[in-house]
Design a binder for this molecule. Structure first.
Ligand code: ATP
Ligand code: MG
Length: 292
């Protein structure tokens, strides 16, 4: 059994076991109005800021309703800590570009956008780190839609050279530590634009302007589009969301094979389609670095 197969097997087993481990780390609620420090991005973005409408996020299906929030937060903590350790902690030295993270999946509808939004809120609640949620699903920009920023210039406008400075397309929010970067206009050559050298400049500019920030990309399905494959060359970490009981192991293995070999890939089993549907339960989280 390869490391990847073992990782998937382990995540699936953990998922079945359905351990409700609650992370011992305490976290401030990911809601506006906390007494968190003012983030660097807030200074930079000045007035270009939106109100995050949590009810709208629930309506769009990217946020848990009140009764499931606590459980979801616990799940997000289990996903978040290893990501932060790779980005800024003890694994930093062995994880190039570790703060640049893509949420991906083999096929459509496995929970990428849901995971991205909730993980972003969880990271934003950290005192020491900020998060910039980048909507890189150009064809289906549901994250941009959910936050009501679908009509704004974004990734594609920057890559087309229509915007010079990344800070002009970043939208601050009233959730301390959370900034957003919309997908921008749709474009038939989105893959080529993401593969262009301007994309590297884009990430370099983001890193320069946003220290201690996780740059979190929501992406499109790996087996159905080209953009995520291209994006995997830009990022250091990939969270591979797998819809439990739905996506076949060969599909997950094929998706992982397509990713850049240097990526640190972490599998997140999303139990949305299991018996626990609508209970927002995420299963065994398991990280590994090699797909050999
Ligand atoms: N953990 C979960 N619990 C409950 N519902 C979930 C969960 N994860 C995802 N969903 C729901 O499943 C649907 C698909 O999720 P989502 O849009 O996040 O998938 P996606 O991978 O981003 O899809 P696409 O590839 O089309 O962009 C949404 O309606 C979402 O609300
Ligand atoms: Mg999506």
């Amino acid at each position: 059994m390869s490391k990847l197969q073992r990782a998937i097997h382990k995540a699936a087993t953990d998922h079945k076991r359905n351990k409700a481990e609650v992370d011992s780390h305490q976290e401030a609620p990911a809601d506006p109005g906390s007494d968190r420090r003012v983030s660097h991005s807030a200074d930079l973005l000045g007035e270009n800021r939106i109100h995050v409408d949590f009810d709208a996020l629930v309506d769009f299906g990217v946020m848990a309703s009140e009764e499931h929030k606590r459980e979801l937060r616990d799940s997000m903590r289990r996903i978040k800590w290893p990501v932060l350790a790779n980005a800024f902690g003890e694994q930093r030295a062995t994880t190039p570009r570790g703060n640049v993270v893509m949420v991906a999946s083999a096929t459509a509808g496995e929970g990428k956008t849901f995971t991205t939004v909730n993980l972003a809120l969880s990271i934003a609640a950290e005192k020491d780190y900020d998060v910039l949620l980048v909507d890189a699903d150009i064809a289906k920009p549901r994250a941009s839609e959910s936050f009501g920023i679908i009509d704004r210039a974004g990734v594609i406008d920057y890559l087309l050279g229509e915007v010079d400075d990344v800070t002009d397309v970043i939208v601050g929010t009233d959730v301390p530590g959370l900034s957003l970067l919309p997908a921008g206009k749709s474009h038939e050559h989105a893959s080529e634009l993401i593969a262009s050298s301007r994309m590297k400049e884009f990430v370099a500019q983001l890193n320069e302007n946003f220290p201690n920030t996780v740059i979190l990309f929501d992406s499109s399905p790996i087996l159905q589009t080209n953009e995520s494959q291209v994006l995997s060359h830009i990022v250091g970490q990939v969270l591979l969301v797998v819809a439990a009981n739905t996506t076949s192991q060969p599909a997950v293995l094929e998706a992982a094979r397509i990713l850049e070999p240097e990526n640190v890939v972490n599998v997140v089993f999303n139990g949305m389609n299991s018996f626990f549907r609508h209970k927002y339960r995420y299963g065994g989280y398991y990280g590994y670095q090699s797909r050999t």
